[in-house]
Design a protein around this ligand. Structure first.
Ligand code: UDP
Ligand code: MG
Length: 319
């Protein structure tokens, strides 16, 4: 029998949190009175996270552990989990307890009202540095301005999807996945619930600056052509300026005022050179992504799945 709700958690080296995570999830989900399954997706951890979640799965038939063949990144691990989920509703959340399981009942209530996507909005963030907060703030606002989908501001990947949204989401197989954008893109009725995002209980963020920059670039390039259009605008701007400057040069020539041209020449060579290189870079970003799409490789590879097949998943489950 299919469960009513699947909870998907991508995990990368979170061994310290797994025990508490399971306990809190189970206590919330048991209260809800719906059948459920919990899917841990191990994204190539090397701290024994998989062994721990596999042990959970062996002891509790409502828990499944999926191990990817290597680290594919958070967004892919999440996708793998959603693909594996059998529930009518699927919740996705971080495994570091920064997305509190206690919010799930409120989200489920919204889903019952007929919302296909219920996302969690961060009213505030605790325990994150000023830099992360500032860049995140800027990022969400830029995305809103530069993209053509209404991506809700200040949301993470913590969300609950209904059957229609799930079918649509599963059909989107693009490789540079910005999941917040994809779930917004599918449309249907969407709403948010707000929460205060707590600090990480254990360990460090698995999103260092490098990964954050890649994430932001993926987000922007998957949902916006603005960087490509930059060439057009800059081209117009530089041309207009050049036209004006030609007039200046001609007037100076006519007036026989001789300007030593070295500085001007250098400035223009450097300026045009810089602009061109930058725009070739922008082309490269899109071209690289097209190349990767064209190769059509699978998004992720599953190494093994641990689950307890012995008994059927029942509505009540073990106490
Ligand atoms: N994560 C993952 N693969 C990665 C990086 C992170 O599966 O390559 C998981 C991580 O274990 C956590 C979630 O993605 O459950 C969010 O990561 P993190 O908490 O480090 O991000 P932050 O909250 O700092 O933005
Ligand atoms: Mg986190």
């Amino acid at each position: 029998m299919k469960p009513e709700l699947s909870v998907v958690l991508p995990v990368f080296n979170e061994i310290e949190t797994l025990g508490e995570l399971r306990a809190r999830l189970l206590s919330v989900l048991d209260e809800c009175g719906r059948s459920f399954e919990i899917i841990f997706v191990d994204d190539g951890s090397h701290d024994g996270s998989f062994e721990r979640m596999a042990a959970f799965a062996r002891e509790d038939r409502r828990i499944r552990a999926v191990r990817l063949s290597r680290n594919f990144g958070h967004q892919m691990a999440l996708t793998a989990g959603v693909d594996a989920a059998r529930g009518r509703l699927v919740a996705v959340m971080d495994a570091d307890l920064q997305d509190p399981p206690e919010l799930l009942p409120e989200m489920l209530a919204k889903a019952d009202e007929g919302f296909e996507v219920v996302y969690a909005v961060r009213a505030a963030r605790e325990g994150e540095g000023a830099f992360k907060k500032a860049t995140a703030h800027l990022f969400y606002r830029l995305m809103r301005r530069w993209t053509n989908v209404a991506i809700p501001v200040d949301t993470g990947d913590f969300r609950l999807m209904g059957p229609k949204a799930l079918a649509a989401f599963r059909s989107l197989r693009e490789r540079h996945r910005f999941i917040r954008g994809l779930t917004a893109w599918v449309g249907f009725r969407q709403t948010g619930v707000t929460y205060v995002r707590p600090a990480r209980v254990h360990g460090e963020t698995k999103y260092p600056l490098r990964k954050m920059a890649k994430f932001a670039l993926d987000a922007l390039t998957s949902f916006s052509y603005v960087p490509l259009q930059l060439a057009t605008w800059l081209g117009f701007g530089v041309s207009a300026f050049s036209f004006f400057y030609i007039l200046v040069v001609l007037v100076l020539k006519v007036l026989h005022i001789n300007v030593p041209g070295w500085t001007t020449l250098m400035v223009f060579i450097l300026l045009i050179g810089g602009v061109q290189l930058m725009l070739i870079g922008v082309l490269g970003e899109y071209l690289g992504r097209i190349y990767e799409e064209v190769k059509g490789r699978p998004l992720y590879l599953v190494a093994e799945v641990v689950e307890d097949h012995e008994e059927e998943v029942t509505a009540s489950g073990p106490a």
